[in-house]
Structures are given as structure tokens and as C-alpha cells.
Design a protein around this ligand. Structure first.
Ligand SMILES: NC(=O)C1=CN([C@@H]2O[C@H](COP(=O)(O)OP(=O)(O)OC[C@H]3O[C@@H](n4cnc5c(N)ncnc54)[C@H](O)[C@@H]3O)[C@@H](O)[C@H]2O)[C@@H](O)CC1
Ligand SMILES: [K+]
Length: 512
């Protein structure tokens, strides 16, 4: 698979292992990297009148010298603007020596209309905010709207966190090597990368495997094998039963959206668990979804004993407070001895279920940590994340990926840290960054649908982390394909073509 995401340290390690294990020296990797970038320049900008290659002092700059040499050899008008000379005897110094163009100082950088910029200032080695000549060059490129091809990363973007250090280039295309880095997918970095091209520079899959990266881009190949398709002899309860808790009479819609999504995702049966005073409102809007009164724990236990639900959604529209905490803790105790509730595979806590524990985080985390507790998926957006993990939320030094992982470990839960760059993290350190979403998904009720998909998949015995990853991807895919005009009511039906493709792909998985 080529979906692993490598930190700058891991990428440096991959370079070292590739050099140590094979015939390719560092300069060989650098030549391939430069060739890949030059190929993009030729393909995309055949009409360019002039290419300006900006070279930094490290190996990113080294790649730039290779690009400039290839362009110049092909007769393209090329200027190199260098921020500093490469360190003597480095690979970059070798690349500079092979390049026939005499560099000019970056301080003098200027570029006319019709020209292209190759940004080879800083890549994996970015260590501080862009300043001085580099910052000025980024301004010029942006003010003159010059197309920028970034080498590895747009300079100023951190490959590990996607953060912009001070100021950063905005690229039309970013060519990166071997594997993507978290900063290509996390915001705001992703917006600065433009289209991302992954170039093979000869670092083998075996080397990447040895790094044991636990972060990846969220794509179906990672979880398709676990994606549920009903057995030939399936009956509805074998396909899993999801219980979704509804709020009071004026807050029932969220639960119904979630319930519909759970049903569309393949759960054989779905029940909305409603306060007695909201039964009529819910009844007026439900057809295939079942409805049952659930005012207190006794009602839940009775339901669980009779109907054997395998997953629950708690939170959407439910309200914040003591009742939510009581229900949540009771659900987490479902696997404990002497608990009347049957064995539950998975719980999804969203929205109000998260906020309700803002002053009782430890109680929640302890309950989730207890032996035999059902798998818990929590789906906070940024504000909800800060309520549950205030110290982590405010930590500017760590990335969204780091935060989601740390939160998952602390809460012993799968954390779906939502946003345009949703991160899904497991307590064991696995983490996925989602990148197939679109702004159309930022609409009221969209998150309720996501919770329902997650629960629907868990109810069919999909493991919690895989279910959460799949839910995020499916939700994003459906929303992106639907496009303008999307409202949450559209999403359950919009899931259908996406699910069909996944089922077809799943049937083709060998031994699957
Ligand atoms: N053999 C290898 O290691 C390969 C490396 N490759 C390239 O090498 C890059 C990484 O190279 P390096 O580790 O040398 O790192 P960089 O070239 O990204 O930058 C390192 C240098 O820049 C300085 N620096 C960092 N941020 C600065 C800032 N904001 N202002 C001023 N100076 C700053 C550092 O002090 C250091 O001298 C990758 O991004 C990739 O483009 C590729 O050529 C593939 C092979
Ligand atoms: K760069």
C-alpha cells in the first residue's frame, strides 16, 4: 500500500535505509527527485517563458539544482535564486556542482509574467518560520500569481503538522517523494499544496514497511477487508441492530438522521429510543425505523434484554446534563457482570454526549477503560474536542494528528476528530487522516449522519477503528459527489452508490 504517511524523521530514516541497502547513493535519490519535478514542469507548463528555481541550503535546494540542470539542458530559460550555498560535500553541493547555471542571490528575486516558480527552498528540514528573502519571495510569487511547483512541500509548511510557519508558498502542484507526509493532508498545509504528485524515487515498499508508520491516508484499501456484506442466510437481527437515542419533542430530528444513516449502512434493524413525550413526534416521521420509549435505565435494559442491540448512538439532539451522563455510563457498563443489558459491540458518543462530560472527563475515560466495556467511538468537532481534552486542544506545539492520538490513548476510545481534515485515531496509535471531503458536508445534521454510519457498521461487527475510518470516508465521499445543495437529509440516500461500489470492491478482495 502507498497510503502510509511519513514524518520528517521517518522520511530521513527511509532515505538512509535506501542508501545503505542498495546501489543508489543520496545523490541518486536526489537526481530522481529532481527528474520527477522537472517532468511535472514540462508536462504542465510547456508554454512557460521562464522558470525560476528557488534553492535553499539543504537537500530540498539540492533537488532544485537537479531540476534547473534538466530544464536548462532542454533549452528552457532558467534562473536559479539561492538563499545560501549548499553545505560543502553534501548531496546538494554535488547537485549544484553538476548544474551549469550560476545561482543568483535570492534577495534579488524577480519574475515576469508567464514565468513559473519551482520552490526548492525548504522541505522536510523546515525548522523555523520563513523570514527575510524567502518570505519576500513567497510574497512576490503570490502577489504576481505565478504558478508554483513545490518540491516535497511548499516552503513554510510543516510536513509533520501541516502548520504554516510564519508565511508559506501556495503551490499549484506539490511533488513529494516515496510517501505523502501528514502536512500534505492536514490543514492549512493541504490548501497550500495544490495537487499532490507522489513520485517514486526508488525507496522500496520493504523499506517503508520497516518504518512501521502507524499513520495513513484514509482510503478503502485499509478497511475494505472488514467491510460488512450480509451472508447469504442473513436475517435482519443477524445484520445488527442499532439503538439511537432521541432528544425531547423539539429535538428529535438529529436522532432520526442518525438512525436512517445506520439503516442505510447495512444494520438490519434500527430503533429510535425516544423520551415518552417525544414518541408522537418521532412516530409521525418513522417508517422502517422502529420506535420505543426509553425514559430511564430500566427502559434501556428492557430493550437491550429483548432486542439484543449491538450498537448505540448517544448524543445527537439529546441534550446536555445528568441524564446524558447516566445513560452514557450505563451503556459503557453493558459488558459488566450482572448488568441486565446484553453484550454491546459498539457505542458512538457524539455532540451532547461529549459535551455532557466536560466536567467529568475522568469518569467517562475510566468507564471506557474498564474491562469488557464496549468499543467506544467519539466524534468531536473542534469545540467538543476542547471540552473533553482542554489541555491538548490548547497545545500549539502538537498537530491535529498528535492530538487525536493522545486523546484516543487517554480516553481508551476511537477519536474521530472532525473537520475538513478529520483525523481518526485509535488508542493503540493507529491513525488516519481523511482527505476526500468537501465543504458541502459542513451543513447542519451532517455529523448525526456520520454517527449513524459508524454505529451501523459496528453493529455488523466491523471493528471500531475500521468502522470509524470507513464511516468518515463514506460520509465524505457521498457528500463530495452530491455537491452543491447538499443537506443532511440527502446524505442517507447519497450513501447508496458509494456503498454499492464498496460492496463490489469488497467481493473482489482475495480470501475476503
Ligand atoms: N537523500 C535525501 O535525504 C533526500 C532528500 N530529499 C530532499 O531533501 C529534503 C530535506 O532536506 P534537508 O533535511 O536538508 O532539509 P531542507 O532542505 O528542507 O532544509 C534544511 C536547511 O534549511 C535550514 N532552514 C530550515 N528552515 C529554515 C528557515 N525557515 N529559514 C532559514 N533556514 C531554514 C536548516 O537549518 C537547514 O540548513 C526533502 O524535503 C527533499 O526535498 C530528496 O532529494 C530525496 C533524497
Ligand atoms: K519546498
Amino acid at each position: 500500500m502507498s497510503d502510509e504517511l511519513l514524518t520528517s524523521v521517518e522520511m530521513g530514516e527511509a532515505d538512509r535505509m535506501a542508501i545503505a541497502s542498495g546501489p543508489v547513493a543520496g545523490i541518486g535519490l536526489m537526481r530522481r527527485a529532481g527528474e520527477a519535478v522537472a517532468a511535472e514542469v514540462f508536462n504542465r507548463y510547456p508554454e512557460a517563458t521562464h522558470v525560476h528555481v528557488l534553492c535553499g541550503p539543504g537537500n530540498n535546494g539540492g533537488d532544485g539544482y537537479v531540476v534547473a540542470r534538466i530544464l536548462a539542458d532542454s533549452g528552457v530559460a532558467t534562473t536559479i535564486w539561492a538563499s545560501a550555498a549548499p553545505r560543502p560535500e553534501s548531496d546538494a553541493a554535488l547537485a549544484a556542482a553538476e548544474c551549469p547555471i550560476a545561482p543568483r542571490p535570492l534577495s534579488g528575486f524577480e519574475a515576469g509574467p508567464g514565468s513559473i516558480v519551482v520552490d526548492a527552498l525548504y522541505g522536510a528540514g523546515l525548522s523555523k518560520p520563513l523570514s527575510g528573502d524567502a518570505a519576500r519571495a513567497a510574497d512576490i510569487a503570490s502577489n504576481r500569481r505565478l504558478p508554483v511547483i513545490a518540491v516535497d512541500l511548499p516552503s513554510g509548511v510543516s510536513g509533520d503538522s501541516g502548520k504554516v510557519l510564519g508565511i508559506a508558498f501556495t503551490a499549484a502542484v506539490t511533488v513529494t517523494f516515496a510517501r505523502k507526509k501528514p502536512g500534505h493532508l492536514l490543514l492549512p498545509g493541504r490548501e497550500r499544496c495544490g495537487e499532490i504528485v507522489l513520485a517514486d524515487i526508488g525507496i522500496g515498499d520493504d523499506i517503508i514497511a520497516r518504518l512501521r508508520s502507524r499513520a495513513f491516508e484514509n482510503r478503502p484499501a485499509r478497511w475494505l477487508r472488514d467491510f460488512p456484506i450480509p451472508a447469504v442466510d442473513a436475517h435482519k437481527y443477524k445484520r445488527g441492530h442499532v439503538g439511537v437515542f432521541s432528544g425531547g419533542p423539539s429535538a428529535t430530528g438529529a436522532a432520526r438522521l442518525s438512525a436512517l444513516a445506520a439503516a442505510r449502512s447495512g444494520a438490519g434493524a434500527v430503533t429510535v429510543l425516544s423520551p415518552g413525550n417525544a414518541m408522537q413526534v418521532n412516530a409521525a416521521h418513522l417508517t422502517s425505523i422502529m420506535l420505543r420509549k426509553a425514559d430511564d435505565l430500566a427502559d434501556i435494559e428492557e430493550f437491550a434484554g429483548e432486542r439484543r442491540p449491538s450498537a448505540f448512538v448517544l448524543g445527537p439532539g439529546f441534550g446536555v446534563g445528568e441524564k446524558t451522563r447516566t445513560f452514557g455510563l450505563a451503556l459503557l457498563a453493558a459488558g459488566q457482570p450482572r448488568n441486565a443489558a446484553a453484550q454491546v459491540d459498539g457505542l458512538v458518543f457524539d455532540a451532547d454526549a461529549i459535551t455532557s462530560f466536560r466536567e467529568a472527563q475522568d469518569v467517562l475515560f475510566e468507564a471506557a477503560r474498564r474491562q469488557n466495556a464496549p468499543a467506544l467511538v467519539m466524534t468531536p468537532h473542534e469545540g467538543e474536542f476542547a471540552r473533553l481534552f482542554p489541555d491538548m486542544a490548547g497545545d500549539d506545539a502538537s498537530s491535529k494528528l498528535d492530538k487525536a492520538r493522545a486523546a484516543a490513548a487517554r480516553a481508551n476510545a476511537i477519536i474521530v476528530y472532525k473537520g475538513a481534515d478529520t483525523v481518526i485515531a485509535a488508542p493503540d496509535g493507529r491513525a488516519a487522516i481523511n482527505a476526500n471531503g468537501a465543504a458541502w458536508l459542513a451543513t447542519a445534521g451532517s455529523g448525526d449522519v456520520l454517527s449513524g454510519i459508524s454505529a451501523g457498521l459496528m453493529a455488523q461487527a466491523m471493528p471500531a477503528f475500521e468502522a470509524a475510518c470507513a464511516a468518515v470516508w463514506i460520509h465524505a465521499e457521498a457528500g463530495s459527489r452530491f455537491g452543491p445543495g447538499l443537506i443532511a437529509e440527502d446524505l442517507p440516500l447519497a450513501l447508496v452508490p458509494v456503498l454499492r461500489e464498496l460492496v463490489e470492491a469488497r467481493r473482489k478482495v482475495p480470501n475476503g
